[in-house]
Design a protein. Structure first.
Length: 428
């Protein structure tokens, strides 16, 4: 008898209906997975990362605080995620290139992932900033930010510095983070809000300075007087401001440059309370000459709108050294000798027991005394006679005569000496 259950467990192709159902479900799942992958597929292209900086040693070595620009070789505007592995959070951006500064020395593995899939790595080294001395560096003390101290809201304030950076400036307003950062040697800021503002400067990523300024409210709308004419805004007179002096010391006649602002209608300059001569003057610089009667103390600038004093540090006056005292040689005492004594001493020169220098106490002019020898009409010095003709020679002294100085009885005008070689007849 035929089994009726085969009608429900077998199909016409010999497969179980449950198998056909399983195959259908698997096929549908594969289609769904493929469709999802097709819809979310992102092309992944090989790429490279390059790095560059203003003062880089090479493509992989940079200084602490230096701005490093990273760029990928992918041409399209793809989503990039950067990880600098220096403790800062990862950055996602479409911007190319992307800039970053490393604040500590070391080796860093910079990673970039594109479109969430493609990933590339570049290794860089960060080294300490070398000690570079700019050619036109300025020696100074005080705040190196030069600029206005007071201005109206809505007007432009210009700020600069005499410090020459090795590779970068970064200007900002700490109290107004909405004002964009500027990276030039000088900065122009427009302040929209009244009140006290702080201008900040970072040089080479390591040195930081700040300057406090006052921003006044905008001038009110022009008012008109009885004649329907605009009333001018009130004039605010601000005293001068001294930022630093260069050099901070000097002697009489030294030229000192005073840097600052609001140097309008300057009347006088003094160093340590002693007036100085003004050599040149501009709105932000005064060159003054230190007086010969100068003194150590604050630098004071007096203008039409008030006075400014600078004492950080005070100006140091380098007084000239006192004139050297003239050394007075003690008067040399001359011992008088006779002709006979002179002859005896010359005998000692011949045998080497006396020398020309030993006669300084007996001859006013010492070894420079003129001597006529053996009836010669020309003279030689006493030193020449002793060293060249008598000392160690086989000679005998015949006579020695002292010719007194007619103007000084204690001194000799010259000497007359006669000698001959031993074994020869003496001179007549």
């Amino acid at each position: 008898m035929k089994n009726n259950s085969s009608i429900f467990t077998r199909s016409n192709w010999g497969l179980d209906n449950q198998v056909w159902l399983t195959l259908l479900i698997a096929c549908l799942a594969s289609i769904l997975i493929f469709s999802f992958k097709a819809a979310t597929y992102v092309k992944c292209t090989d790429f490279e990362i390059s790095a560059s900086g203003a003062r880089q040693q090479n493509n992989h070595i940079f200084y602490i605080g230096e701005t490093v620009n990273f760029l990928t070789s992918i041409a399209s505007q793809s989503q990039q995620e950067w990880n600098f592995n220096d403790g800062t959070p990862a950055v996602q951006t479409l911007k190319k290139p992307i800039s970053h500064s490393f604040l500590k020395a070391g080796d860093y593995q910079v990673m970039c992932a594109v479109n969430g899939k493609c990933q590339q790595v570049i290794m860089i080294s960060v080294i300490p900033t070398p000690h570079l001395v700019p050619i036109d560096s300025v020696s100074f003390t005080g705040n190196p930010i030069i600029g206005v101290d007071t201005l109206y809201a809505g007007t432009i304030g210009h700020f600069t510095t005499p410090i020459k950076a090795n590779y970068g400036y970064q200007w900002s307003v700490g109290t107004s983070p909405d004002i964009p950062i500027q990276t030039t040697a000088g900065a122009n800021f427009t302040f929209s809000k009244a009140g006290q503002q702080t201008v900040q400067l970072k040089i080479d990523g390591t040195k930081s300075y700040s300057k406090q300024i006052v921003v006044l409210s905008k001038t009110p709308s022009a008012q008109k007087n009885a004649n329907n004419l605009p009333i001018p805004p009130p004039v605010i007179k601000l005293p001068p401001v001294i930022s630093f002096i260069d050099p901070p010391n000097g002697g009489p006649g030294a030229l000192v440059t005073i840097h600052g602002s609001l140097f309008n209608e300057i009347k006088s300059v003094s160093f340590g309370g002693i007036p100085a001569k003004i050599i040149s003057l501009s709105t932000d610089k005064i060159v003054a000459e230190v007086s010969k009667d100068g003194a150590t103390g604050p630098v004071v600038v007096t203008g039409e709108n008030g006075q400014a004093a600078f004492s950080n540090p005070v100006f140091t006056f380098n007084a000239p050294p006192p004139p050297a005292a003239t050394k007075v040689e003690p008067e040399r005492e001359i011992i008088a000798i006779t002709d006979k004594q002179l002859k005896q001493m010359l005998d000692q020169v011949v045998n080497g027991s006396m020398h020309a220098a030993d006669f300084d106490r007996y001859l006013c002019k010492g070894v420079a005394t003129k001597v006529y020898v053996n009836n010669s009409k020309t003279t030689m010095t006493f030193g020449e006679l002793c060293e060249k003709q008598l000392q160690g020679k086989k000679v005998e002294i015949e006579s020695a005569h002292i010719v007194p100085d007619p103007y000084d009885s204690k001194c000799q005008a010259n000497l007359v000496v006669k000698y001959h070689k031993k074994g020869l007849w003496p001179f007549n």
